[in-house]
Design a protein around this ligand. Structure first.
Ligand code: CP
Ligand code: NVA
Length: 302
């Protein structure tokens, strides 16, 4: 494994190795056992979109691994003035040991990997959010003891989160059910991937159908970063796609609720469901740190 560009590129074994290492690093951190695996190394973090969790967990994680992280806002980089990503990749490869990038087009992340000579980590694109879903899988396994055979459900926009959850869930042996409007289905490449899993994958417009017997229900915002102008229209399109008490009634009694955050209470999730499941949701946010440390250690260890 040279990069983390999208979960489609990873095998089940590679994902499992990251989850196992993440558990180990979490244990070590909680028990005061140092793990300076990346001593002296520098991660560059390019952000073309806002971030709370991704920025802080990568920066802290790199520090805990013995290295340092540089926050590179695209507002300040020459990339923001049109310097090609292909050139940026070759320049930054001469200074850094790894790059984390959050941007719009998946193509840019792939180009960084193609032209650079250091590991590239996708910190969210419009297509996918692999770091988040590694943390999500880690959290489900932590709470349920296993992933194999569990029912994952996703309610809402067929966006970057939906794309990565489908791929990650199916690869790890889960059954995945998605409820979304016909007009906002996941990416065609992801639906094509899911086809091979037969009845382990279901897509419907009905939330109760998707949530039936769920072990973990996921949702995400109705308007993602970059879609702010569509927010009003999207509120109408997604009005029925909410994780609420009634929907949880059709899931298993011990069903987890997960949200990558930030959450919009009263839209994709009710305040009550959010607070009832806050512990699981903030475990999920915490696990970004541990999962990403495992990704960096895997890719950047010399
Ligand atoms: N979930 C997530 O990626 O959060 P941030 O946008 O705050 O990084
Ligand atoms: N779908 C959301 C996820 C945020 C972590 C977005 O892209 O804005």
């Amino acid at each position: 494994m040279k990069h983390l560009l999208k979960l489609l590129d990873l095998s089940k074994e590679e994902i499992m190795d990251i989850l196992n290492l993440a558990d180990q690093l979490k244990y070590e951190l909680k028990h005061g056992i140092e793990h300076k695996i990346l001593a002296g190394q520098t991660l560059g973090m390019i952000f073309q979109k806002s971030s709370t969790r991704t920025r802080v967990s990568f920066e802290t994680g790199m520090y805990q691994l013995g290295g340092q992280a540089l926050f590179l806002s695209s507002r300040d980089l020459q990339i923001g003035r049109g310097e090609p990503v292909e050139d940026t990749a070759r320049v930054l490869s001469r200074y850094l040991d790894g790059i984390m990038i959050r941007t719009f087009e998946q193509r840019e992340v792939e180009a960084l990997a193609e032209y650079g000579s250091i590991p590239i980590i996708n910190g969210l694109t419009d297509f996918c959010h692999p770091c988040q879903v590694l943390a999500d899988l880690m959290t489900i396994r932590e709470h349920k003891g296993t992933l194999e055979g569990l029912n994952m459900c996703y309610i809402g926009d067929g966006n970057n989160m939906a794309n990565s959850l489908i791929v990650g869930g199916l690869k790890m042996g889960m059954k995945v059910s998605i409820a979304c409007p016909k007009s906002h289905r996941p990416d065609p490449a992801v639906l094509e991937f899911a086809k091979a899993y037969g009845d382990k994958f279901r897509i419907t417009e009905s939330c109760p159908e998707a949530a039936a017997d769920a072990d973990a229900i996921f949702t995400d915002v109705w308007a993602s970063m970059g879609q702010e102008q569509e927010a009003a229209q999207r509120r109408e399109i997604f009005a029925g796609y909410q994780v609420n008490q009634e929907l949880l009634g059709v899931a298993h009694a011990d069903c987890m609720v997960q949200h990558c955050l930030p959450a919009h209470r009263g839209e994709e999730i009710t305040a009550q469901v959010f607070e009832d499941h806050a512990n699981e949701i903030f475990d999920e946010a915490e696990n970004r740190l541990h999962a990403q440390k495992a990704v960096m250690a895997t890719l950047m260890r010399k």
